[in-house]
Each structure stands twice: as structure tokens, then as C-alpha cells.
Design a binder for this molecule. Structure first.
Ligand code: GLU
Length: 487
């Protein structure tokens, strides 16, 4: 049995789209499960769309997600280099080989002519595509063009009759008639190969056994198979993954909000969440299991269970899942991960760096309700700032009035000032007893205290909050609330 080799072949045209990571994950999972090899290859043959720093960013995102590569730029491997712009001679040789054996031809048509052709086709409702004018040039005609100094492109001579079938591991047999295919450009006039040529040459050269990629590349499949055959290469297995759609069932894009993996990272999603979530976009083990670690996925993943149906990106589910993973962290891990988000997102008025011991205690109170790490800033803000906006009427619990509330808070303040130790375990019985003494329901007193201390009506447990805030801050806020009620 040959060893399974899969690859992730992004183009460095910006930040990694969540759809790219989806592809990377599935290719990675298959390699890991088959005890194979996972390769990172950078497809940078489109000079126009290249973005500075994108390769480093891609590698950083993969590292963050835990998708380790066995071969790739800077990682070594026997099939390098792994960046296409460093492999140009290989493509030249392949292109020449195709021209020499008559499977490809030089095309001298200018951009201008191609544009006119396109316009003519559009205006006359004809199918688009190159009209193959240069396909059958005589030697003399070709020599003439060369003499004019025109740098040609190289096009593939797609057979005019017959058909090609992709045996896709997900879609089964998909057949394309050759008369629907174009004579694709393989080599551009700038000396760079197109995606099609470079992709086939590299997948062969890097001994890729399984080409796992997004569905949008399916239509390139027949052309690629014809190229494999023309070059005398063995055709790899193909698996085209289902598309990812937005809620409106349009292809997932910018208008659906965050789409780069980096954006999700900045919002405070955990890598475990992203992996689990993306694995379930188009794959399932059964119809009930929802939580999968990377290790579980390696164990259970099979291409047979990848669906053909496009998966709809559900943001609420992602948030929910992130909450699940946040709760799985130890309080220490959670604090360590959330801390940088607090440093960045707490209001400017908060003195930075924030105290790690105090912040650790604060975070422990919101771990069970945070859905993203970034959200911890909004959830804990009142632990760090004293002046907060709230509506004074929120201080008044059901069945109480301004005066009753003012009295209750005043007495509570006096008692709390005398209270030692000031910890959750002692505060609870003391305040319950006080509520009884004042003839109030516990909820009435606690509600007023909660608003006084936090400015909010929904918070972590009251006594624990007081414990963390400490006596001084708690008293100050209660006195402030009393003042608000007086005015
Ligand atoms: N460079 C292509 C992309 O950006 C790779 C497609 C493939 O995997 O063949 O998605």
C-alpha cells in the first residue's frame, strides 16, 4: 500500500478564509487518520493577487489550529521547494513537453483580441471561451508571429470529442463532455504557469495520492485529468468538499461578517471550537454527536461520511460551541487566554496592565457565561471601573419604593462595613438574616444590592462578586447608589 499524501494548497492572496481552513482540516484529518503525510504548498503563481506576509500568516493560522504540516515551506521534505514561484523551471519543462508531443500549443492572440472576442460572444449570446484560432497555425504562420516579437501563452489542446469522468470519492462519477471544455492557458506570457499546470505538476511531483479540495474546483477536474494523462502521470484520487454557505444560502463571503480565520481568533473563538465547528460543516459521525476534539476527529473521520450537501454557516451554533469549549478550560487556562482580551478591550480608563490575581478571580465568575474571550471585557467591565451608567430605577426591586430601597441599602452598607471576614461564605448568611430583619424577601434586597454594585440586573452570584470586589469597593458603590436615590 502506498502511503497517503494529502496537501493544502492555498494562494497567498490575503488572510485565510474560513472555507480554506475547512479544506485544510479535511485534508489534514484524512492524512492523519491514514497515518499519511500532510503537505503545505503555496500556490503563488498569480503575481497580481499576491499579498506580502500572507505565507507567514497562513502558517501561523495552521499552527494556532493545531494542523501541523509534515512538509512545507521552511519545514523541509523531499519534494520541495514548496512555494510555486520557486519551482518555475519544473513548469517550463512540463509545458515544453506538452508542446513537443502536440498536447499543447502556443497562442499569440493579444489581450485586445481576446477582449473583443469576449464582447462579441456576450453580445451574441454565444458561450464564452477561446475560439482556438492559434490551435492549428502552420509552422510558417507561427514563425511569422515569433518574428513579430509576440510572447505567446501556452494553451492545452483539449480533445474536441469524447468525455472525461472524475471518480470522486464524495460525488461518485462525474462526467464532462470535452466539447464543453476550453483550451485552457497553461503558461502565461510572464513565464508563470497558471493554477492548472502548476497544480498538476506539483501534485504529481509531490506524490499526492488524494486531492482533497473545495467543490468549486470540480469543474477544473476534467482538464486536470487530461493533463495528467498527457504528461504520463498517474491520476490521483479526488474528493471535492461541499460548499459553505451563508444563512441566505449564498456562498460564504464578506457580507456574512467575519470570514477570515484570523477574525474569529480576534473575536476570541478557541481553536478547538473552530476545528469542531468546521468538521461538522459537511461531515458527521451520526446525527447526534456534536462535540469532537481533534483526536476524536482523527479517530472517526471518514470521507464516506462527507456529505454532498452544502453546509450552512450557523453563527449562533458557533457561539454556543465556543461557550462549551470555554467551560471545558481550567480556570487558570481560561484566565490566561482571556487576559490579553481584557487588556485590549477594557475601557481606556482602566489602568493597564491589569492585576493578574484580581483578574483571575473576576474571570472565574464569568467563565460559565462567556461565549467568546472578547466578550469577557463587556461581562467584567464593572469589576474594573467604578463609574458606570445605569438607570437608578433598576435599584428598586419589585414591591419596593425609593425610600424603602434607600433605607435597605443604607443599613446593608452599615452592616457590611462592620463585616469580617468579607467573603462569600460569611456574606450570604449575614445578608439573608438582614433581609428577614428588614421584612424583605431575600430577592428584593439582593436585587437592589446587585444593581448598586454592578449597574446591571444579570450578573454572577452576588456574594461571590462582593467577595472579589472587596469591602472598600462594595461599600463605595452602595453609598453611591444611596446618593443616587436621594437626588
Ligand atoms: N490554490 C488553490 C486554492 O487557492 C488550490 C486548489 C486546489 O486545492 O487544487 O484554493
Amino acid at each position: 500500500m502506498t502511503q497517503v499524501r494529502t496537501r493544502f494548497a492555498p494562494s497567498p492572496t490575503g488572510f485565510l478564509h474560513i472555507g480554506s481552513i475547512h479544506t485544510a482540516l479535511f485534508a489534514w484529518l484524512y492524512a492523519r487518520q491514514q497515518k499519511g503525510v500532510f503537505i503545505l504548498r503555496i500556490e503563488d503563481t498569480d503575481n497580481v493577487r499576491k499579498v506580502e506576509g500572507a505565507v507567514e500568516a497562513i502558517m501561523d493560522d495552521l499552527r494556532w489550529l493545531g494542523l501541523d504540516c509534515d512538509e512545507g515551506p521552511g519545514l523541509g521534505g523531499q519534494h520541495g521547494p514548496y512555494i510555486q514561484s520557486e519551482r518555475l523551471p519544473l513548469y517550463k519543462v512540463a509545458a515544453q513537453k506538452l508542446v513537443d508531443c502536440g498536447a499543447a500549443y502556443k497562442c499569440y492572440c493579444s489581450q485586445e483580441r481576446l477582449e473583443q472576442l469576449r464582447e462579441f460572444q456576450t453580445n451574441n449570446k454565444l458561450p464564452p471561451g477561446y475560439d482556438r484560432r492559434c490551435r492549428n497555425l502552420t509552422d510558417a504562420e507561427r514563425a511569422e508571429k515569433e518574428k513579430e516579437g509576440i510572447t505567446p501563452v501556452i494553451r492545452f489542446k483539449t480533445p474536441l470529442d469524447g468525455q472525461t469522468t472524475i471518480h470522486d470519492l464524495i460525488w461518485g462519477d462525474v462526467t464532462f463532455k470535452h466539447n464543453t471544455l476550453e483550451d485552457l492557458v497553461l503558461m502565461k506570457s510572464d513565464g508563470f504557469p497558471t493554477y492548472h499546470l502548476a497544480n498538476v505538476v506539483d501534485d504529481h511531483d509531490m506524490q499526492i495520492t488524494h486531492v482533497i479540495r473545495a467543490e468549486e474546483w470540480m469543474s477544473s477536474g476534467p482538464c486536470h485529468i487530461l493533463l495528467y494523462n498527457a504528461l504520463g502521470y498517474e491520476v490521483p484520487q479526488f474528493a471535492h468538499l461541499p460548499m459553505m454557505l451563508g444563512k441566505d444560502r449564498a456562498k460564504l463571503g464578506k457580507r456574512h461578517g467575519s470570514t477570515s480565520i484570523g477574525q474569529f481568533r480576534e473575536e476570541g473563538y478557541l481553536p478547538e471550537t473552530m476545528i469542531n465547528f468546521l468538521a461538522l460543516m459537511g461531515w458527521s459521525l451520526d446525527d447526534k454527536t456534536e462535540i469532537f476534539s481533534l483526536q476524536d476527529l482523527i479517530k472517526y473521520f471518514t470521507i464516506e461520511r462527507v456529505s454532498k450537501t452544502s453546509a450552512v454557516f450557523n453563527h449562533e451554533k458557533l457561539e454556543w460551541l465556543n461557550g462549551v469549549y470555554i467551560r471545558k478550560l481550567t480556570p487558570e487556562e481560561f484566565a490566561k487566554k482571556a487576559m490579553p482580551f481584557l487588556e485590549r478591550w477594557l475601557p481606556e480608563s482602566v489602568k493597564k496592565p491589569i492585576n493578574p490575581v484580581y483578574t483571575g478571580r473576576v474571570l472565574a465568575l464569568v467563565q460559565d457565561r462567556a461565549r467568546t474571550l472578547k466578550e469577557t471585557a463587556a461581562l467584567t467591565e464593572y469589576f474594573f471601573v467604578d463609574v458606570y451608567e445605569y438607570n437608578s430605577t433598576d435599584l428598586i426591586s419589585k414591591g419596593m419604593d425609593v425610600e424603602k430601597t434607600r433605607q435597605a441599602l443604607t443599613i446593608a452598607g452599615e452592616r457590611l462595613a462592620k463585616q469580617t471576614p468579607f467573603d462569600a461564605a460569611s456574606l450570604e448568611p449575614m445578608l439573608r438574616a438582614l433581609a428577614e430583619e428588614l421584612g424583605l424577601k431575600a430577592g428584593q434586597l439582593f436585587g437592589s444590592l446587585r444593581t448598586a454594585i454592578t449597574g446591571r440586573t444579570a450578573t454572577p452570584p452576588l456574594f461571590q462578586m462582593m467577595d472579589v470586589l472587596g469591602k472598600e469597593r462594595t461599600l463605595y458603590r452602595i453609598q453611591d447608589a444611596v446618593k443616587r436615590l436621594e437626588s
